[in-house]
Unconditional design. Structure first.
Length: 289
């Protein structure tokens, strides 16, 4: 028992609380046990002096434009990282190589431009990934989430995406929620496979009414179920101009080949007849002599 009559365990908890709140807490941030919160502090750079045992780091609503790989890798026990509403963009490849335990990652409301295999491939435990509201995000490589097999919640709503390869999300065995609304989807024949997967999948699509085609003009604002019907008709039954050109070329080639074959057969027949007639004349001359 302590001199005050309380158990030592309570004193120890108090000391831990004091240590987490007062020692190695970044400037302008608040710290609790295993958590650092720097929300809305107008930070320009990744904060320093973050406790190495931090599990939850919140950097929301700042002006951070770069996540330093080395400093971030010191937080090896980090499981929750909230970087929404910052200025992160350009290349994030290999940024998260040192935080393999990360379960929750929010990069929404930033300036991301692309996602490649190297962006999140080291986050083998990732369950929730939010990259919505990145208007400059125009490309997600089809194998970008190949290693994120535990991913259950993925949000790519309100970005600049026009296309998403079906295998990118179809091969995620634990995916249960996928945000796709208010994107610039180009509903052509190449996108039909993805729309069909959406219609047949068990994945939940929040705000489904706003998952619509942006282009072409004829399908603008059309929801995916109706777009699938239109594309099935136009892509699987209707021929395009280039298809007619191809068929015409094939027909012409067949006609030309047939004409040439008939011409050659005629020449061969004429030559044969001439040769046969000449042979008969020679035989008659021999008989006469």
């Amino acid at each position: 028992m302590s001199p005050s009559g309380r158990p030592w365990s309570l004193s120890l908890m108090f000391l831990l609380g004091m240590a987490s709140e007062g020692i190695n807490c970044p400037s302008r941030c608040s710290c609790q046990y295993l958590e650092v919160n720097c929300t809305g502090q107008q930070l320009q750079e990744f904060p320093v002096d973050i406790p190495l045992d931090t599990r939850q780091l919140i950097l929301a609503a700042n002006n951070v434009s770069y996540l330093p790989v080395v400093e971030l890798s010191f937080l090896a026990d980090l499981v929750y990282l909230d970087c929404r509403k910052n200025l992160l963009g350009d290349d994030l490849d290999f940024t998260f190589i040192g935080v393999a335990k990360l379960v929750y990652l929010d990069l929404s409301f930033n300036n991301l431009t692309q996602v490649t295999f190297s962006t999140f491939s080291h986050l083998l435990s990732l369950v929730v990934l939010k990259i919505s509201d990145n208007p400059n995000l125009v490309a997600i490589e089809k194998d970008s989430f190949a290693n994120n097999t535990w991913l259950r919640h993925l949000d790519v709503s309100r970005t600049g995406l026009t296309f998403l390869d079906t295998s990118t999300v179809r091969d995620l065995p634990n995916l249960r929620l996928l945000g796709l609304s208010d994107n610039l989807w180009h509903c052509n024949c190449s996108f039909l496979d993805f729309i069909t997967w959406m219609m047949e999948s068990d994945v939940h699509f929040p705000d489904a009414d706003n998952i619509t085609c942006y282009t072409p003009v004829g399908l603008h604002a059309l929801r995916m179920p109706a777009a699938e019907v239109q594309l099935h008709f136009s892509c699987l039954t209707q021929l395009y101009k280039q298809d007619y050109v191809f068929l015409c070329l094939v027909g012409f080639c067949i006609f030309l080949a047939g004409t040439m074959a008939a011409w050659l057969a005629g020449i061969c027949a004429v030559i044969y007849e001439a040769h046969a007639s000449k042979g008969e004349e020679e035989e008659e001359e021999e008989d006469t002599a």
